[in-house]
Ligand binder design. Structure first.
Ligand SMILES: Nc1ncnc2c1ncn2[C@@H]1O[C@H](COP(=O)(O)OP(=O)(O)O)[C@@H](O)[C@H]1O
Ligand SMILES: [Mg+2]
Length: 248
């Protein structure tokens, strides 16, 4: 279970306070959705959970499986099973996709990953997400289209087997068919790993047609101002975020 307790967090470079007394509890196997206008801090929230170096938690705590992870490094959090499917995946020129994934897998499991069997597993996982096998050997995300980057994030998820998944606008950059394929892969993963929790950040209910959420939250002014079920997402789709900016 992940719990954020009255988290205040700021951008280190300019001291901009983004999260203000942000609290949220996500139990094992639950699927939560965060919605909110552009620039409210949704990506900041996801990076704060992961421990991104550009953000500082100034007060409050982040608890994962009963332990505080607030002061852990990104790789330590990843080893505990946290995974972020990034809104804008990072390009790393000179590091091939397969090298990156095999190293990450080795670091996570603490075991040496056999190259031959790994490539075989990769190729089948790539077929699942409908990514061309040649992309294994290209530099990570370099020259990938928006959709390919997102599918590659889902590929990472399938390989790294996290217990807590954050999907930061998975639906941006994916066409209708690719979004469906991505979601079906995530659903299959969740079916095999029913204790895995998911935090979905999105503007559009379309993704929720495939991945059924338990709760939908509206983020405004640095914290959650409204919680509901999937119908809240449809309400936002229809009426926008107006009316959710107060401290309800
Ligand atoms: N690393 C950063 N440096 C400067 N400003 C940032 C940084 N990260 C986030 N911000 C600012 O914080 C606010 C929230 O950003 P973000 O979390 O990306 O919003 P959202 O994902 O909800 O659209 C924005 O005003 C953004 O410009
Ligand atoms: Mg964002």
């Amino acid at each position: 279970m992940l719990e954020l307790k009255k988290v205040n967090a700021k951008v280190k470079s300019n001291n901009l306070e983004i999260l203000k007394d942000f609290s949220l509890k996500i139990k094992d196997g639950e699927i939560h959705v965060i919605m909110g206008p552009n620039g409210t801090g949704k990506s900041t929230l996801s990076k704060v959970i992961m421990g991104h170096y550009q953000y500082e938690v100034t007060s409050g705590d982040i608890i994962y499986n009963k332990k505080s992870i607030k002061d852990l490094e990104v790789d330590e959090r990843a080893k505990l099973g946290l995974f972020l499917c990034m809104q804008d995946p990072t390009v790393i020129a000179g590091v091939s996709n397969s090298e990156f994934l095999r190293t990450a897998k080795g670091e996570l499991t603490g075991e040496k990953v056999n190259l031959y069997s790994f490539i075989k597993d990769m190729e089948s996982a790539m077929d699942d997400v409908k990514l061309d096998n040649s992309m294994l050997h290209r530099s990570l995300n370099e020259g990938f289209s928006g959709g390919e980057k997102k599918k590659n994030e889902v590929l990472q998820l399938k390989v790294l087997k996290p217990s807590f998944i954050i999907l930061d606008e998975l639906d941006s950059g994916l066409d209708v068919d690719s979004l469906k394929v991505a979601c079906l892969n995530i659903n299959a993963y969740l079916q095999d790993n029913p204790k895995t929790s998911v935090l979905i950040i999105t503007h559009y209910p379309r993704i929720l047609e495939y991945i059924k959420p338990d709760y939908v939250h509206i983020l405004s002014n640095g914290h959650i101002v409204k919680t509901g079920d999937v119908n809240l997402a449809f309400e936002v789709e229809k009426n926008g975020y107006e009316g959710y900016d107060s401290n309800e």
